[in-house]
Design a protein around this ligand. Sequence first.
Ligand SMILES: NC(=O)c1ccc[n+]([C@@H]2O[C@H](COP(=O)([O-])OP(=O)(O)OC[C@H]3O[C@@H](n4cnc5c(N)ncnc54)[C@H](O)[C@@H]3O)[C@@H](O)[C@H]2O)c1
Length: 332
Amino acid sequence: MFIGPSTLVICVDITCVERYGPRVNHIHSDVCFTARYDRPTGLGRVEGPAGNLNWSTGCSRQYKCEQAMSDDHEIEGEMLEPSIVAGRFEGRTVVVTGAGSGIGRATAIRVLEEGGRVVATDIVQERLDQLGSDSNNDKLVTVAGDVSTSDTVDQVIGATNGSLDALANVAGIMDGFLPTAELDDATWERVMGVNVTAIMRLMRAAIPLMQRSGAGSIVSVASEAGLRGSAAGTAYTTSKHAVIGFTKSTAFFYTPTGIRCNAMAPGGVATNIEAPFRSQFAAERIAPFLQVNVPPVATPEQLTAAITWLLSDDSLNVSGTVLASDGGWVAI
Ligand SMILES: NC(=O)c1ccc[n+]([C@@H]2O[C@H](COP(=O)([O-])OP(=O)(O)OC[C@H]3O[C@@H](n4cnc5c(N)ncnc54)[C@H](O)[C@@H]3O)[C@@H](O)[C@H]2O)c1
């Protein structure tokens, strides 16, 4: 239903299809979206209110729609892609967690494209299989397992064959936006286990390997929720603040030994991360902040540009920092 020359209200069970380059992303939701399409500039954007599966999904301002939104909400566009730096990871081994989807998958692919050997881990075997067939690169090794367990961490470290140059801690889960008084023990323990304990165990095992060569770079994906209290539930917010604290402490201790440690804070990114609201109270409290203050979502590849920069020697004088890649949300 058009309610203005450039505003379209879409309700119930929509599929937004984003096309850019050779890739196609499908984003599903069962709640209302407001889609804005600016005919003169050709820029499109889809916004969802709090309470939907992807609270701010849609079309980044950074690509130009070639056609108006049609009734099936299909948008075709030209994506601004970060450039590959040929050979940047040649001879390097990089561990990437959460490599089966979203930001982790894009990071693994980019490191492979830039010549690195990747030990990719994810809890979903099929996603790793897909990564393997899509990348078709014999420098990829996959380890399926729950990265919050010691067993998987041991397998991942074993797959490096004793040589590790960089670690990207990307795997993470959300918390249903539960506020403190509604937070259950299971959610707290799972979120802290995947988002924090896994990172602690991997860094603890990775640092002795990096010390052998006297160099290494660790990047952990935090979140805008690691910088403020208004972007997620209490458990996720706490876990991402912990990622930043863990990063700073590790950087303090080990930067003088040649091991750099940084965090990266994404804003909204179009991935498969599950983000349903499990609290009406939280949805009503957070909605105004997410609707007004959040820049358009980014692509995983845009996040990977910052992560691989931190993983590589290009950032050789940078350690202990939190790099926001959030379209400027951090400035609001
Ligand atoms: N998407 C966003 O808007 C956004 C915003 C801020 C921060 N982040 C962070 O980015 C990181 C990557 O998320 P994404 O958006 O790419 O999500 P995603 O769900 O697309 O990818 C995460 C991957 O991690 C895997 N994973 C989950 N739990 C695991 C476990 N216990 N062991 C091993 N693998 C596991 C999943 O199977 C999945 O393949 C997360 O740490 C997330 O908190 C995402």
